[in-house]
Design a protein around this ligand. Sequence first.
Ligand code: MN
Length: 742
Amino acid sequence: MTKKLPKPPVRPRRKVDLETIFERLNHHGRGYDEVFLKSVYDFTEEKHRDQKRKSGEPYVTHPIYVAYLLADLKFDETCVAVGLLHDVLEDTLTTKSVLEKEFGKDVAELVDGVTKISKTEYVRRDELQAETFRKMILASARDLRVILVKLADRLHNMMTLEHMSPEAKRRIAGETLEIYSPIASRLGMSRVQGDLEDLAFYFRYPRQFGELDTKVRDKMRSARGLLQRIARRLKDALDAADIDAEISYRVKRYYSIFRKLQRQGIDISQLYDFLAFRIITHDLKDTYAAFGVVHQNWRPIPGRFKDYIAMPKPNLYQSLHTTVVGGKGQPFEVQIRTREMDTIAEEGIAAHWQYKSAGSSQGSNDRNILWLRQLLEWQKEVKDPREFLSALKIDLYPDEVYVFSPKGDVSSFPRGATPLDFAYHIHTDVGHQCTGARVNGKLVPLKTPLANGDMVEIITSPQRRPSRDWLNIVATSRARSKIRHWLNTQQKEEAQAIGRKIMERELRKLRLQPKKVLAGPKLEEYLQREGLSKLDDLYYRLAYGRVSYRQVLDALLDEQQLETPPAPEPPGPIRRAVDRVTGAGPLIIKGHGDLMASLAKCCRPVPGDDLMGYVTRGRGITVHSLECPNLKTLSFDESRLIEVEWARQPSSGQFFPVSLTLETEDQKGMLARLTEVIAKEGSNIRQFEADTETGRGLITFVVEVRNRKHLDRMCTAFESLEGVIRVMREMRSSVRSSSRRK
Ligand code: MN
């Protein structure tokens, strides 16, 4: 059995034209420029001339109706003009610059804003997404009028939705419920909200709408006598208390009843409080007096009393609410408020500049209330309501920004977030491999703060690795912790590589094969004893100096192996001999705790030198002197540079090799004098080479120094020797040739 669907709950007026719009503006006492609006009207009519709506009507009927709704809502002339023009950018060939030339920058900007909202597509359907989308629309519109026009546009589209396909009806009605009616609610425009919701309910859930409609009508028929009796008694009681008030009663809006049924999981037959009485008083004190009268005459239901006068809703709604039980056990709600509060309750934002104050509302620091309160403050200063409205720039959610993915998904971020936060929001790997970003189609630096409504596209490369600097760029804790985690893992791997290097070197010195030793049963025993699960953990400890290689060797080798005399220095390139890793003492990698690193063999930095670390692939961090010429080449990949500092107190007795080249006159005994200086300075010669064939002496030493000061002192001593022409610190490599002379 199919019942005929009732008529839509809200229907457009039959005929609306420029005259009707003027009539509305006049009715609300709005000043306007007739010539201006006429020219806008003609322009719109001309632009949409050959277009038709789905209903077959001329397209222009739509923008005209939208303008009419805005005039009816008491909005200003500019709003009405924008209502007329709101579809010309999207649906005709008109450009923004034409609008600007014809009607001024203000109107052009507003129309452009409405067009942008219309173009943003709402894709995914979950609650969080809807909330974000809503906030985004509110936040990205720089002028509140953009949203007002969009709401009127949506309202007319809902009024004429019957001409659309079933699929379009469902989609548009759903979007209205999820996005637009909550926005109207947020702005306190409860009449628009109610119209949007009831229309959406009608098209989205036609069967339920029909059932509810039948039930409510039945109930109203049977309750009519009761309602009239209650109204009469209320009137008498208020008169007796000398309270002058208007009394009305109405069925609550269908969609709010429907939601209530859904929420409470009850059937329409169990529905009782679908009725609301409204008492409109002259002043504030009468509201509380009337409230007392109601409670004297009917029994209140506990917990249903709400004082929204003392504690207004975020949208500044003010009223007293209570639910009482009538004679036959029929509960009904009573709302009590002043005329002024009633207007604000119906019209929300539209009403705010009409009243000089909306009552007192202390006690809440909710920033939404603060925002609206601020509006009221402005409105006190600005006499002309039109000026007030145009000054109205909204920033409803000052701590957040809302941005789009290329697919239209909306995400919210804390203000100050960058494309890098966005990348980590998509996926950890997208973050790690992020090399750049396009915002609104343009390439921007990764540190660029995101703005409301930005469309963000991330560029990745599989070669890319996170860099420590990124920690300063991101604003979300998610991105920060992902980057930290990556860096820590990386650091651990580097430490393990260094530990392995130490171990293998020491074993080779004893002429043992690392592979053999490390495969033996003794290792397993040792690891177990130390509570380590794998060899890498041991390497890690070695790198951090938490265990010395000596201790490890003692545990892994038997006495005989340990007594094996050290192998002589291997012949061949001298470089081999100085290939050593420094101990954990003197180096600190900034932000890495006490991670070790190896000193670069090209520049051989010593304590006191300014440093820069370079993250190698698989060989840990190599530390260069800031003066090292190789660093320029390495800096090409900036992300792999890492800040490094010497620890404050290098362990005493530790020496650092440094390469010096001395240019000398070829004098006999020169070498002896040089070595004397070195000995005097308490230093050792690691290697040296001398080339005297050119007639001049070119002597290269690798000497050990404690620090920069020590080095400088030695250099000065060299320079003061007779026959020494120049002393140069070698930074490119150590000893270049293998010719050794003594
Ligand atoms: Mn439209």
